[in-house]
Ligand binder design. Structure first.
Ligand code: ASP
Ligand code: MG
Length: 439
């Protein structure tokens, strides 16, 4: 069995939904299909929630009405028969009635999560009904019955494995199993989610839990590129990535994958394939347990980084100093991405600025603190182990014209990271592409 996940654009129109159905039907085996909400829907649901927080039910209703009109039109285009048009419209009408009911009650983050869950609930219903209309033996499983997070808001993997397996046993012999990406229940049984972009995570959790043959993530680009195609010319899809390489790229900015979704697939040893719905025969990118020695795979950039330098005139790196610095960040639940140390100072980067003022105040007890905003982490991924002499030199050589603020090398065997100013991002990415891939 394969787990196949389709993102918002892949189910963004009735025609695209039909195209997805062609890809998932396989007469020789059943597939487990994870769907996002139709593109734009989750953003609209966020907007509705924002209006409700601000006690503006008119604003919320305007968007609900627009969304409802759009979905009714989709039903006209998606289904052949009156029976399925009516059946799906009836379901969607109930959904929009439910959304409207939130305009009359006290609105909290709990209600917001319930609202955000409706996008995936609607898209999976629509596609399930289409497959049933086409005569395909399909069952829609509610992710709320088997995707769960624990008290730390992390997926509860044992629960997921047990309950996903139970679902398959309860519904044997279906050709297609469909479920919602993104949504789950939390440790208290409430409706929750795996954060924006979380459908990839759902797919990887299910693929790992069921030990599927492969997890396919279908998007609208032909795999993970060796550099950001929106910023740099002549990028190419990377045919293969090692799990750790893909995790670094996803974390450090390659937008195609949810940053933590690789972990469960890696632990279960299930390969992840990135494919393109608009070009289904393109090979895409396979992510697996094989490390190809002697190659640099890709470059990615993470924007919105703040660099904090702490310098002390005293013996700064006396033992215990770094612990004290890190504890300050920990106490504000702010994680650090890059670290560089010297005898008299330490520089770290963060992407979460919500507690920056407090953090800086606390750090001041240990020395002078300097903050630089609008920085970008550029991460080069591949075989950067010490046996592979020269790759870090090549990367540094490429950047000889760029004022590099920090370099981090040796934290893992797969990554070298550079911190540069936002204004130098494009030049840095292009220089690395020219030197590493386009020679
Ligand atoms: N629909 C959710 C979002 O837009 C989850 C996903 O598509 O992965 O973030
Ligand atoms: Mg996504």
């Amino acid at each position: 069995m394969k787990v196949m996940k389709f993102g918002g654009t892949s189910v963004g129109t009735p025609q695209r939904m039909k195209d997805v159905c062609k890809l998932i039907i396989n007469p020789n085996e059943s597939n487990f299909v994870v769907l996002s909400a139709m593109s734009g829907t989750t953003n609209s649901l966020v907007e509705i929630s924002d209006y409700l927080y601000k006690k503006n039910p008119e604003g919320a209703n305007t968007i609900i009405n627009q969304l409802e009109q759009k979905y009714m039109q989709h039903c006209e285009e998606l289904y052949e028969t009156e029976e399925y048009k009516e059946k799906t419209k009836k379901f969607l009408n109930e959904e929009f009635k439910y959304l409207r009911s939130f305009t009359k009650i006290l609105f909290t983050s709990f209600e917001e999560k319930v609202i955000l869950a409706q996008g995936e609930i609607m898209s999976t219903n629509m596609v399930t009904n289409y497959l049933l209309e086409c005569g395909v033996k399909t069952v829609l499983l509610s992710a709320l019955d088997f995707i769960r997070t624990d008290k730390n808001a992390e997926p509860d993997f044992n629960y997921i494995r047990e309950h996903a397996t139970k679902q398959l046993n309860d519904y044997p012999d279906y050709q297609i199993y469909i479920t919602q990406g993104f949504i789950c229940r939390n440790a208290y049984g409430e409706i929750d989610n795996l954060l924006r972009g979380g459908s990839d995570y759902t797919a990887c959790l299910i693929g790992a839990a069921l030990q599927s043959d492969e997890i396919q993530i279908w998007t609208d680009i032909d795999g993970m590129h060796n550099n950001d195609p929106r910023v740099v010319q002549n990028t190419r899809p990377v045919p293969q990535l090692y799990f750790e390489e893909a995790a670094e790229l996803a974390y450090f900015g390659a937008k195609i994958l949810h940053p933590t979704c690789i972990q469960p697939a890696k632990f279960a040893g299930v390969p992840v394939r990135l494919l393109n719905t608009m070009d289904p025969t393109a090979p895409g990118t396979i992510i697996n347990n094989q490390m190809q020695h002697g190659t640099i795979k890709a470059v990615a950039a993470k924007d919105g980084i703040t660099c904090i330098q702490i310098q002390s005139s005293r013996m700064l790196l006396a033992h215990g100093f770094l612990r004290k610095v890190f504890e300050i960040f920990e106490s504000y639940k702010t994680s650090i991405d890059m670290v560089c140390t010297s005898e008299v100072g330490v520089s770290v980067t963060v992407d979460n600025r919500s507690h920056l003022t407090d953090i800086i105040d606390d750090l001041k007890q240990y020395g002078t603190v300097k903050v630089e905003d609008d920085m970008v982490i550029i991460c080069v991924v591949g075989d950067l182990s010490t046996e592979n002499i020269g790759f870090e030199t090549m990367a540094c050589e490429a950047l000889k014209q760029i004022p590099v603020r920090m370099i981090s090398y040796g934290g893992s065997n797969h990554n070298i990271s550079f911190l540069v100013k936002k204004d130098d991002k494009q030049a840095t990415l292009q220089a690395l592409s020219n030197t590493l891939f386009n020679k």
